[in-house]
Ligand binder design. Structure first.
Ligand SMILES: [Zn+2]
Length: 335
């Protein structure tokens, strides 16, 4: 080989090493770009295909913080909060999924360092709530600042999903199912015996296009991320149905909420193989509209309502379209 050829050969090899080095090792300080649709599960990110605001992001709601989010700042610290809000008992409004773990696992995971396979073994229920707050900002205010409760997700009227905690945490939203579940509070004013109930009259008014959600003035713009968003129930008519043996009426969720929930449900059923993409059904294949028997509840793994767990609950209410969500999620999963 001539000397000049040898040098260009060496240059070629060197360039090859340099280029492959560039593609495999990012430069220090390179930003990892998020799509904005990811949820966090045991520290790992999974796409949902719909807008998700994490607790670490601008506009997010952080259930890890001990101070109250909406109290005046100088009174928001934990010590003052514990004195002023009677229901706040512990600085952390969440805990460890301890009942599902061996002593050795408790020691391994108590610091928060969950691995995905262990979490996949533990989580087998996805529990749906309505928040009776109307908008997610107010929901977080009630749960975090007043009630000493928490939930992994909130779904606002414009379809924005807020994640407030990593799914590894045991959120406090569904009593006996907290250890094994992931929960979501869907913004909706809930259901009532009487169709003339004040919250329904206050929150639902008519304009030229039909029924619309009207956020009461005391809540400002409600914190809804989509500016000037006008929310409308997916069905114009109030829906009356029997839950827990009670006839109750409710306005449906918004189409934007259904679209987001379908994507989140598909994601959770994929990430957690034990969450069956279905809802509690009787022998005839019909929705069970009340609390499951204790034995059935213990066996059940899948998507479900809060009312399947407790007799004193009616959420997500008679208007909730179970088939729309479950069948939509199954289609996304190609099942
Ligand atoms: Zn509930």
């Amino acid at each position: 080989m001539k000397r000049s050829h040898f040098l260009s050969f060496c240059g070629f090899i060197f360039a090859g090493i340099f280029i492959s080095g560039c593609t495999t090792a990012p430069r220090p300080g390179t930003r990892v770009k998020r799509n904005g649709d990811e949820i966090v599960v045991a520290g790992q990110m999974f796409h949902t295909g719909t807008r998700v605001v994490l607790w670490t992001e601008p506009g997010g709601y952080d259930a890890y913080r001990v101070e109250r989010r909406f109290a005046s700042f100088d009174k928001s610290d934990w010590e003052t909060s514990a004195k002023e809000a009677a229901d706040l008992k512990t600085p952390n409004r969440y805990g460890l999924r301890k009942a599902a773990l061996s002593n050795e696992e408790v020691e391994r995971l108590r610091g928060g360092g969950w691995d995905l396979p262990t979490l996949q073994r533990v989580v087998d229920q996805f529990i749906l709530h309505f928040d009776v707050c109307g908008v997610s900002r107010q929901c977080f205010n009630v749960l975090h600042d007043h009630r000493d409760l928490s939930v992994h997700f909130m779904l606002d009227i414009d379809g924005t999903i807020y994640q407030t905690l990593d799914l590894k945490e045991r959120a406090w939203h569904a009593t006996t199912s907290n250890t094994r579940s992931v929960g979501i509070e869907i913004a909706n004013m809930g259901c009532y015996d009487n169709e003339e109930s004040k919250p329904l009259q206050q929150w639902y008014t008519n304009d030229s296009k039909g029924v619309r959600i009207t956020i009461p003035e005391r809540l400002g713009d409600g914190g809804v991320l989509t500016k000037n968003f006008i929310g409308r129930p997916a069905r114009q008519e109030m829906v009356r149905g029997n839950i827990q043996g009670r006839d109750v009426s409710q306005y449906d969720y918004t189409p934007e909420q259904y679209a987001a929930l379908i994507k989140l449900t598909a994601t959770l059923c994929k990430v957690f193989p034990k969450i069956t993409c279905d809802y509690p059904k009787d022998a005839g294949g019909k929705l069970i509209p009340k609390k499951l028997d204790d034995a059935d509840l213990k066996k059940y793994h899948g998507v479900m309502g809060h009312y399947h767990i407790q007799t004193n609950k009616t959420d997500p209410g008679p208007a909730f379209q179970w088939d729309r969500v479950v069948e939509g999620a199954r289609r996304l999963l190609g099942r």
